[in-house]
Ligand binder design. Structure first.
Ligand code: KG4
Ligand code: ZN
Length: 375
């Protein structure tokens, strides 16, 4: 009989539940996004996030069980995101998970959200019949995180993701996360929220539009594997302020957004070649840093695989650039599908499995840890 874990995720702005068998087979995965709630604020509003999680958590869990053709009693354990994330948001998932575990008499497994993102890569690899070699370098890049880890099997004899991993932090952002930079730049350019998906498509549509500005590589004193994105965002802000010619199109796009016209096809005609060139240069700068530092870490450690996860891992150019650079370096790069790149609960249920097997359980005293570290 397989071990079926119900995963619950509520660390930020997605309420998610999933059932995963033996840490590998996704039986169901349901994600209720709150993006419509936070859109008009151009970012996640913590109080609203908690309130939405409260509204969504019960129906989302129910739906995940229904898709897996299971009843609550059939679940073998409950895995919940303990942190990092927004404390009020985390508490909704933790409290609900705790109540379920207690009332059903099932093991309750605390999971680090970042470890979930690592497992998303392994879930995908399993689907594709491949197995990333360990040790690996892992880049987690989302709206809340930009961090590089060395990942190895805690037990060197372990052969896959159903065993515990060991993590060593190699570098992280000193300021904004890369996804946050996408969201803030999209806001500056009146391109809606979240910024990543639309900037991704506009950059691809830019073609050979002239570059109105060039962004040099960001420098971080100290650790060469650290990242920094706030300077890039400020550079975009200053560029827009110094060039009055952007103001008419910015106003037009603001009006379009106010009418609810936020689709790529609706916004593209409202972007001048200069704006498209600016978006492309911004994206090139972000990707140059993300890929450059990850490749440097890979070389330094002499590993053969790279794992890339988190919302920004959905970016088409980031994927293509990684594929190209990894091929040239003779290493393999692994991504989750787009659906598993952004926050979901399948990755939480998968990460809970080796912990359950190792007996790493929580009791009713478990609290949310907004800054829970992986290493
Ligand atoms: O992992 P995620 O769903 O939530 C966090 O844990 O933050 O990531 C959301 C972030 C947002 O900042 C969003 O703009 C970014 O991922 N994102 C993208 C793309 N799709 C989502 N960034 C760049 N290109 C994309 N295609
Ligand atoms: Zn995340």
């Amino acid at each position: 009989m397989s071990t079926r874990i119900l995963g619950i995720e509520s660390s930020c702005d997605e309420t998610a539940a999933a059932v995963v068998a033996d840490g590998r087979e996704i039986l169901s995965s349901v994600v209720a996004s709150q993006v419509d709630v936070h859109r008009k604020y151009g970012g996640v509003v913590p109080e609203l996030a908690s309130r939405e999680h409260l509204r969504q958590i019960v129906p989302v869990v129910r739906e995940a069980l229904a898709h897996a053709h299971m009843r609550l009693e059939d679940v073998d354990a409950i895995g919940v995101t303990q942190g990092p994330g927004l404390v009020g948001a985390l508490l909704v998932g933790i409290t609900y998970g705790k109540t379920l575990a207690q009332s059903l008499g099932k093991p309750f497994v605390p999971v680090n959200h970042l470890e979930g993102h690592v497992h998303a890569v392994f879930l995908e690899a399993h689907k594709a019949g491949s197995r990333p070699k360990l040790p690996a370098v892992c880049l987690i890049v989302s709206g809340g995180h930009t961090v590089l880890y060395a990942v190895s099997a805690a037990d060197s004899g372990a052969r896959d993701a159903t065993a515990l991993f060991h993590y060593r932090k190699l570098g992280q952002t000193r300021d904004d996360a890369a996804g946050e930079a996408y969201d803030k730049v999209a806001k500056l350019l009146a391109l809606g929220y979240p910024g990543g998906p639309i900037l991704d498509r506009l950059a691809a549509a830019a073609g050979g539009a002239p570059a109105p500005v060039k962004f040099g590589p960001t420098k971080t004193r100290g650790n060469p594997l650290d990242f920094s994105f706030s300077g890039l965002k400020t550079a975009v802000l200053y560029h827009l302020r110094e060039h009055a010619e952007y103001s008419a199109e910015l106003r037009k796009r603001e009006e379009a957004l106010a009418r609810g016209e936020r689709k790529f096809d609706q916004l593209l005609p409202l972007c001048s070649p200069a704006t498209l060139g600016l978006v492309r240069e911004f994206q090139n700068a972000v990707i140059r840093d993300l890929v450059g530092r990850t490749m440097a870490a890979t070389e330094e450690l002499g590993v053969e695989s790279i794992l890339v996860s988190g919302g920004v891992a959905a970016n088409s150019q980031l994927r293509a650039t990684f594929e190209e650079r990894a091929k040239a370096a003779g290493v393999e790069v692994f991504f989750p599908s787009r659906a598993l790149s952004t926050d979901n609960a399948a990755m939480i249920a998968a990460a809970a499995y080796p912990r359950l097997r190792a007996g790493i359980l929580a009791d009713l005293m478990l609290n949310a840890d907004p800054s829970l570290a992986l290493a």
